[in-house]
Design a protein around this ligand. Structure first.
Ligand code: FES
Length: 239
């Protein structure tokens, strides 16, 4: 399994059918949206008419409609309907750049390259339970440093915690017998995000397990915001 060349942009659970959200990769703007049949899409976040962000728009079935003048785009990014000219056959040249997108490990991934230029990695099986997306005003390397200095304790038992690269932007944390998968998003200079899931069944981790690892993410944020060598020493004597 490799996620080399792929960028995580959201937890799958955070983009419901019929919804959209804006995001960035290395400072460029993208809209992540899910049509009503459940398929996720990642596009340039810019309407070709007058540049409004499509992430401000509305999903209507398998179309996304721009907030400004209501132009509607199909799942291939082609404009299909202009409300001010309802009888117009819209020229095929009016399109939004769309990017290769797939879902795995409870996250939405994009290559941020035109569709079909990069084959998705092989499908991976296994149940995951979402924890959260953690956005911080810090660059990605500092964020990873804070994670390494503040690894989570196990939820189900005891044992050491470690972090290791799992290919591209994906990292795996072992906390005793528990496993977390962490997608690192390089949002922009000085801004980064972690998309965090538990690798395991909801029957074990839903509820208390999610809350346990959610609490850990607040330690990571605290360390980044307060530094002194990114804290521990028994959490700086329990803060
Ligand atoms: S700017 Fe999007 S429809 Fe006009």
């Amino acid at each position: 399994m490799t996620f080399e060349g792929w960028h995580p942009v959201a937890l799958s659970s955070s983009i419901e059918p019929g919804s959209s959200a804006g995001t960035h990769i290395s400072g460029k703007e993208y809209v992540v949206w899910r049509d009503n049949s459940g398929v996720a899409h990642v596009w340039e976040d810019r309407c070709p008419h007058r540049g409004m962000k499509l992430s401000f728009g509305f999903v209507r079935g398998d179309h996304i409609a721009c907030l400004y003048h209501g132009w509607q785009y199909d799942t291939g990014g082609r404009c299909r309907y202009i409300p001010a000219h309802p009888a117009l056959e819209v020229p095929a040249t009016i399109t939004v750049p769309v990017f290769s997108t797939f879902e795995a490990l409870g996250m939405i991934w994009t290559s941020a390259e035109p569709e079909a230029t990069r084959a998705p990695p092989p499908a991976v099986a296994g149940e995951t339970v979402p924890v959260r997306s953690l956005y911080v005003d810090s660059d990605a390397d500092q964020l990873l440093e804070a994670v390494r200095a503040n690894l989570p304790s196990p939820f189900t038992g005891e044992g050491n915690s470690t972090i290791s690269p799992a290919g591209g932007s994906l990292w795996r944390i072992s906390a005793g017998d528990d496993r977390l998968l962490v997608g690192l998003q390089r949002v922009a200079d000085g801004r980064a995000a972690l998309h965090i899931v538990i690798e395991g069944p909801a029957s074990v981790y839903a509820g208390a397990g999610q809350a346990h690892f959610l609490g850990w993410t607040t330690d990571v944020r605290y360390a980044l915001e307060h530094r002194p060598a990114l804290i521990p020493a028994a959490r700086a004597e329990a803060v």
